[in-house]
Design a protein around this ligand. Structure first.
Ligand code: NAP
Length: 291
């Protein structure tokens, strides 16, 4: 069965994200049953044409494809363990954020009960679902991914990483790691200029343009890391990248240097090990090999 128009879908969890996913399904004409632990969250979806059910069991029974968008791995088990017999033979697409290990554990649990399992990591906020820039990462059953593709594509770009159910989560969390460190870097810069009377809003505009331009450097860093030779000509050296002046300027403003110290420590470890003339990409080795 392909999950084209006419497939029966259930969505468990009508928080901000679950509601956005369900709305996209209903608006595309899918027969959609929705359930939430706390009552009163299905009103808008029912208005669009969804059917609200009172129990997770009713929701599972109503769907060929069951979407779980709950809080964490524990809540997935809390909701689905009691109804696993009903889930058998159906496809479970779990887009609840979980760690790679938790995704693999849920996949093994699903396999042990005859449930076809696809794990998802959502790279979007609810307002982006179905619009440009939304992408959702998947891993687990290739058959489920292909079969559910018409549904999944309603939410954004669907990207599949392979049968290992933990891969989507690993990618998801790796991308978020980059995002949080970038946000911390932006806010550090905003704190530096705040003492000079610059608002965070003014700084944000300049910072966004600068950081966007700097993402052009990812490919070059990646080529060095993948090539495994940090001595390749033309790179900015670790010694040149010493962040002492940024740390001193931050301290002079009376602000914390923790965010920038983190990067400086990664650089220093490589310089102290005798690699100062090699490229900045070498901090990858500081990260890969913890002290
Ligand atoms: P939310 O608005 O806080 O909603 C959480 C949902 O989980 C609610 O439906 C809640 O039900 C349900 N829930 C929590 N614990 C439960 C339990 N023990 N048993 C049954 N239901 C339980 O969160 P959300 O934004 O929709 O996020 C849902 C998932 O999507 C999370 O894993 C989140 O990390 C992921 N995600 C969200 C975003 C985002 O921008 N929002 C982006 C990417 C990924 P009640 O109403 O009964 O509390």
């Amino acid at each position: 069965m392909s999950a084209g128009n006419g497939v029966r879908v259930s969505v468990l969890g009508l928080g901000a994200m679950g509601s956005a996913l369900a709305a996209a399904l209903v608006e595309a004409g899918h027969t959609t049953a929705v359930w939430n632990r706390s009552p009163g969250r299905a009103g808008d979806l029912v208005g669009l044409g969804a059917t609200a059910v009172d129990t997770a069991a009713e929701a599972v029974a109503a769907g060929d494809v069951v979407i779980a968008c709950l809080f964490d791995a524990a809540s997935v088990h809390e909701v689905l363990d009691p109804v696993v017999d009903l889930l058998a033979g159906r496809t479970l697409v779990n887009v609840t954020t979980t760690s790679p290990e938790q995704s693999r554990e849920i996949a093994a649990w699903a396999a042990g009960h005859g449930v076809t399992y696809l794990d998802g990591g959502i790279m979007a906020v609810p307002s982006m679902i179905g619009g440009p820039g939304s992408s959702i990462l998947y891993s687990g059953s290739a058959t489920a991914f292909e079969r559910c593709r018409p549904l999944l594509d309603l939410w954004g770009e669907s990207v599949y990483f392979g049968e290992d159910a933990g891969l989507a989560s690993l990618y998801d969390l790796a991308l978020l790691a980059g995002m949080y460190i970038m946000f911390a870097g932006f806010l550090h810069g905003a704190a530096m200029v705040a003492g000079a009377g610059v608002t965070a809003g003014e700084f944000a505009q300049r910072s966004a343009a600068w950081l966007t331009a700097m993402t052009g450097g990812f490919a070059g860093l990646a080529a060095v890391v993948d090539g495994g030779d940090y001595t390749v000509e033309g790179q900015q050296s670790l010694e040149f990248s010493d962040l002492r002046n940024i740390i001193d300027a931050s301290a002079a403003q009376g602000i914390s240097t923790e965010a920038i110290d983190m990067v400086q420590n990664l650089i220093r470890r490589q310089i102290d090990a005798g690699h100062g003339k090699e490229g900045f990409a070498r901090i990858f080795e500081s990260i890969k090999h913890p002290r």
